[in-house]
Design a protein around this ligand. Sequence first.
Ligand code: SAH
Ligand code: MG
Length: 211
Amino acid sequence: MQGDPTQAYIRNLFAAEDSALQAARLRHEKENLPAIHISPEEGKLLLVLLHAVGARRVLEIGTLGGYSGIWIARALPPDGKLITIEHDSKHVDAARRAFAEADVSHKIELLEGDAREVLRRLTPEFDAVFVDADKEPLALYYREAMRLLKVGGLLLCDNALLDKRVVDRADDAADVRGVREFNRLAASDVGLAATIIPIRDGLLVGLKLAT
Ligand code: SAH
Ligand code: MG
């Protein structure tokens, strides 16, 4: 992985990968999964934030090959749980292998199916929700995440800048509209303190203040 020297400095100093993370990332190329996983620096940021709220029960929407899932699982205590949702069976297979190699399978429950359906079955409360799947239904994911989060819980959403397309007024595609709507809901919700950290493709971070 390259990137600019500042990112490389942060990555090398704070977010060095061990062999399990490296293998999970390299599997994306080898098995033709889209290489749209989070970066190591973003993984480390998730880990710090999850520790900050003492997260024990976390929900992820969009597992892919399990790269972010490993970072999240490592932030949890031994009896902590990550519930992660993925609808592509090829991704599910890759993620299961990644979790086994990283020795975090016992902390993870992988729910295979369409998040729009699976989310309805879930019950509160979660200490954090990491939203990182398809962009069109983001308004629905916002409502479900806020329903499932406890007060004091963390709302996290990847690709909050969508390759800077959110700031291009001429871009009115369905995925951009989804991201803009999620950002607008998070910004205007009096029950949430939120902002976007411009790391990689933008990470929206919010703290649920009230129901
Ligand atoms: N969080 C991962 C990257 C996720 S990429 C990481 O950083 O390592 C987005 C994933 O969401 C893809 O694997 C895609 O198959 C999945 N996805 C997209 N729409 C979905 C839906 N409606 N339900 C469940 N999974 C979905
Ligand atoms: Mg993403």
